[in-house]
Design a protein around this ligand. Structure first.
Ligand code: KG4
Ligand code: ZN
Length: 336
């Protein structure tokens, strides 16, 4: 089966063609355009700018993904599109494009939850992941922990009460005058820093639920930065190391709590923060220490951030076409 996946929920415009054989997936093309450089200048995403750029990119990206895959419209079996959550102006571009194509090309259309997409990025390289699994979705907009009993049987366990994990990286980066998005830069700078230099809080690390909170960490770093007269490279590296230690510490602890409670066989990571190597190492270390028989899955970097291939993969494993007339963008869409 050949599926065209469209993803336009935020600042990336992506179209991908995947080919499925039994449950194996081959990515034939994965074209991604991003308006990130425009947002770097303003230090964060401006929704109107993101939507305008989506409109500019969508047709060239679609055409390139078809030509890279060497596919014409009559070879496509189905179309998948992200219909939420995300920025309404950005989502509308993908959803309306997909509806138009479904009507004009007479193809089935599968609306996909963006968060399912991040989970299913893992199944592109590993289609036989064992259930039950927990997935930790960590990006600039989301921090969610979910239990997956089987394909499509996803239960939300908890999420952030304030800032998302990526947002915490980005906001703390701004306090340190680092460019946006700060996550990858903090990861690099942290390598030269001392993780014992500062004691930053790990909010909600011991709470009974599976929720997260990162705004207290940001406030604590802000207070610390305000007391420093000369914020030199060494101090910045130390703050990066301690910030990262706090964020990753909470993410790993809460995920492992869910692992033990639900006796899961697999841990799946997804979203931009999943590209962080320290996060992966920490998970591997804790899994070894606990002597748990668990497999950790992390998509390759280009599949961690927003892309059309993960949307097409989610549609494949949850193949439920909907009449295009009944599909509309839903910025508030969540689990359940
Ligand atoms: O999934 P994504 O590309 O976009 C959405 O937010 O949906 O995630 C972007 C977020 C940003 O907050 C960025 O700082 C963070 O992911 N990020 C990282 C790393 N790479 C990206 N955070 C920590 N370490 C990284 N290596
Ligand atoms: Zn995303």
């Amino acid at each position: 089966m050949i599926i065209l996946g469209l993803e336009t929920s935020c600042d990336e415009t992506s179209a991908s063609v995947i080919e499925t054989t039994n449950i194996n997936i081959k990515v034939l093309s994965n074209t991604i355009a991003t308006s990130l450089p425009l947002h770097s200048k303003t230090g964060g995403i401006i929704p109107e700018t993101a939507a305008r750029e989506q409109l500019k990119f969508i047709i060239p990206v679609l055409e390139k993904s078809l030509s890279d895959a060497k596919m014409s419209e009559n070879q496509i079996d189905a179309i998948a599109v992200t219909y939420g959550p995300g920025l309404i102006g950005s989502l509308l571009v993908g959803v309306e494009t997909a509806k138009t194509l479904a009507f004009a090309w007479k193809k089935p259309l599968i609306p996909v939850n963006h968060l399912f997409g991040h989970i299913y990025a893992n199944f592109i390289e590993n289609p036989k992941i064992r259930f039950p699994a927990v997935a930790l979705i960590v990006s600039g907009g989301h921090t969610d922990l979910v239990l997956i009993k089987d394909h499509g049987k996803i239960k939300w366990l908890g999420g952030t009460r304030d800032d998302a994990a990526g947002e915490a990286y980005d906001k703390i980066g701004r306090l340190l005058n680092l460019p946006y998005p700060a996550g990858p830069i903090i990861e690099q700078l942290a390598k030269q820093g001392d993780t014992k230099a500062y004691t930053f809080p790990r909010p909600m690390i011991g709470s009974k639920d599976f929720d997260f909170s990162f705004s207290g960490l940001k406030a604590s770093v802000a207070r610390e930065v305000a007391t420093i007269k000369n914020l030199d490279d060494k101090k910045i590296a130390d703050i990066c190391a301690c910030t990262q230690e706090a964020i990753i510490g909470v993410l790993v602890r809460k995920t492992l709590k869910a692992v033990k409670k639900y006796k899961v066989k697999s841990i799946l990571l997804g979203g931009g923060v999943a590209a962080n190597e320290k996060l992966r190492e920490q998970f591997e270390l804790e899994i070894r220490n606990l002597e748990l028989e668990i497999s950790l899955f992390v998509p390759e970097k280009s599949l961690c951030t927003d892309n059309g291939a993960m949307i097409a993969a989610a549609a494949f494993f949850n193949y439920e076409p909907v009449d295009w007339k009944k599909i509309s963008a839903n910025p508030e869409l969540y689990f359940d």
